[in-house]
Design a protein around this ligand. Structure first.
Ligand code: PEP
Ligand code: MG
Length: 580
């Protein structure tokens, strides 16, 4: 049994067989072959080894010709490794004696060799492991050929273990079969993490390297509560987690009873509890849990994973589905927030050195005005169907906000000219997720109908810490006093001007922060749909003066860790069943 610590990004426990994807997205299967298929498997291996050897020899010759023998020698060394008698003997033994498939034998043997190199103390030699992986990949390419994309054609439940998954790869996971995932890289605020919550499957990111320790088909436990991944669990651990999964299910059933009750504090203050969605189907998840509306619809997911820019009709149909399902409840449609870690395949522009500080979100929209107008037309058309609000992301200057509003007004004129129905009074809001917006919040509130605080980015830009970097987890803290102060300033400015303010960053989905947020004055929270019952339970268990006392105490403390432990203690006091 082996335990790995990562970052929990989507709650729950998943137990099942591993599907392993290496750094290039190759699936490493565990496939045993029957006794009578052994000969055919040896022949497949032989053909793949020959093809790989010919390819390496061709590379060696080309590189020697163009750059000289010193460089060609890299490939000569690869060829020598590939043709090593001991390696061949190991591979054949795996197939003959263990009945491994050729792919599995290759992955097992090469990983074993690579691990020996990785353990060497000499850095130069340890890095030679990458040569071994390179040869492994080449062989797998020949063996797997077009079967590389097997993630899209699953037929039984799996837990995906991968080096990395982009937000769009995550969005395209087959929800019928993928029961959880783990990635070696990735941070707490990455959009891969956010999509995991949307899929409602347990997920852990940022474990560091471990894929060499595991093979397809191995039994794995993903503990999405504590960020643990357990490889080859023993009987006792397995039983413990099975019990825990059972308890979580019964808590969920108990909380389900809250569905039709309002998110109202014990002293009668009504909290508006809305859902964050990335895909239209999630509207059902919100309704099932009794959401008061959609507080954040991340529309950029319409662009991810498709090879063409979505046209107006595609936008409209998606929005119409959500708005109709919500009836007269509010639906906040956020305009596209592409860029940084959300890069659509259709728009690979120049690589940016600091993508989170670059052309993302509203900045990208304002550079691609026809694309932006297409989306705005669709949002406005959808506004004729229900209670739609439009929101601009990542506003960092007043001019940006004004420019976005001007384009919106222009699109309205266009629609009016063609007698296309829309709501001219559509509320227009902005996300508060850059410290500059908080600095000037008094001026911003004069120009918007509502605010929504995006703490995922606000934390990142306040503390200068990349939300997707697992090594910065110690700094990426929702409870950092500086972050709390910015939230408090925003809520206060909104209160003075009587502009509604919501908080839709991931921190709103965790019960630990609910008392703090209510105490800071928030009366609207937008959370991952799966978190609605728990957050509602907290709201119903506390009074506003209790929350205010908690917030005041938290604001007086000077570091994130102490504040978090304090909030945990308070949660244990008021809602013990949610504290562990
Ligand atoms: C945020 O930044 O908190 C937010 C809600 O937006 P996103 O996570 O999509 O950047
Ligand atoms: Mg954001």
């Amino acid at each position: 049994m082996q335990k790995l610590q990562g970052i929990p990004v989507s709650a729950g426990v998943a137990i099942g067989e591993a599907l392993v994807l290496d750094a290039e997205g190759f699936r490493i299967p565990e496939r045993f072959v029957s006794r009578d298929a052994v000969m055919a498997e040896l022949q497949r291996l032989e053909r793949a080894m020959q093809a790989a050897a010919e390819e390496i020899a061709r590379n060696r010759d080309t590189v020697t010709r163009e750059l000289g023998p010193k460089y060609g020698a890299i490939f000569a060394a690869h060829l020598e490794l590939l043709q090593d008698a001991k390696l061949r003997e190991d591979l054949e033994k795996y197939i003959r004696q263990e009945h491994y498939s050729a792919e599995y034998a290759v992955s097992r043997a090469f990983r074993r060799y690579a691990q020996v190199f990785e353990r060497l103390e000499n850095t130069y030699l340890a890095e030679r492991a990458s040569d071994i992986y390179d040869i492994e990949k080449r062989l797998l390419r020949h063996l797997l050929g077009r079967r590389r994309e097997q993630l899209s054609d699953l037929s039984s439940p799996v837990l995906v273990l991968a080096h990395n998954l982009t937000p769009s790869e995550t969005a395209n996971l087959d929800r019928r079969f993928v029961r959880g995932f783990v990635t070696e890289v990735g941070g707490p605020g990455s959009h891969t993490a956010i999509v995991a919550a949307a899929l409602e499957i347990p997920a852990v990111v940022g474990t560091g390297p471990f894929l060499t320790e595991v093979s397809g088909g191995d039994l794995v436990i993903i503990d999405g509560y504590n960020g643990l991944v357990i490889l080859h669990p023993d009987e006792e651990t397995l039983a413990r987690y099975q019990h825990e999964a059972e308890q979580a299910r019964s808590l969920a059933v108990r909380l389900q009873r809250l569905r039709d009750l309002p998110a109202q504090t014990a002293d009668g203050v009504r909290i508006e509890l809305m859902g964050n969605i990335e895909f239209p189907y999630e509207v059902e998840h919100c309704l099932e849990r009794g959401a008061d509306g959609i507080g954040l619809y991340r529309t950029e997911f319409l662009y991810l994973g498709c090879d063409r820019e979505p046209d107006e009709e595609t936008h409209f149909q998606a929005y119409a589905q959500v708005v109709r399902a919500m009836g007269d409840r509010p639906v906040v449609i956020r305009t596209l927030d592409l860029g940084a870690d959300k890069v659509p395949c259709l728009q690979r522009t120049e690589e940016e050195r600091n993508p989170f500080l670059g052309l993302r979100s509203i900045r990208l929209a304002l550079r691609h005005i026809p694309m932006f107008r297409t989306q705005l037309r669709a949002i406005l058309r959808a506004s004729a169907l229900g209670n739609v609000r439009v929101m601009f992301p990542l506003i960092s200057t007043l001019l940006e906000l004004r420019q976005a509003k001007m384009i919106l007004a222009d699109v309205m004129e266009d629609l009016a000219e063609h007698a296309i129905p829309f709501n001219r009074q559509i509320p227009v809001g902005m996300m508060v997720e850059v410290p500059s917006a908080v600095m000037l919040i008094d001026r911003f509130v004069e120009e918007v109908d509502f605010l929504s605080i995006g703490t995922n980015d606000l934390i990142q830009y306040t503390l200068a810490v990349d939300r997707t970097n697992k090594d910065m987890i110690g700094l990426y803290n929702p409870t950092d006093p500086a972050v709390l102060k910015l939230i408090a300033m925003t809520v206060e400015a909104a209160r003075r001007k009587e502009v509604p303010v919501n908080l839709c960053g991931q921190m709103s989905s965790s019960p630990i922060y609910t008392m703090l947020l209510l105490g800071l004055g928030l009366r609207q929270l937008s959370v991952a749909p799966s978190a609605i019952p728990e957050i509602k339970q907290v709201c119903r268990s506390v009074t506003i003066p209790e929350c205010q006392a908690v917030a005041q105490r938290a604001l007086s403390m000077d570091n994130a860790r102490d504040i978090r432990s304090y909030l945990k203690e308070e949660l244990r006091k008021y809602v013990p069943e949610l504290a562990d």
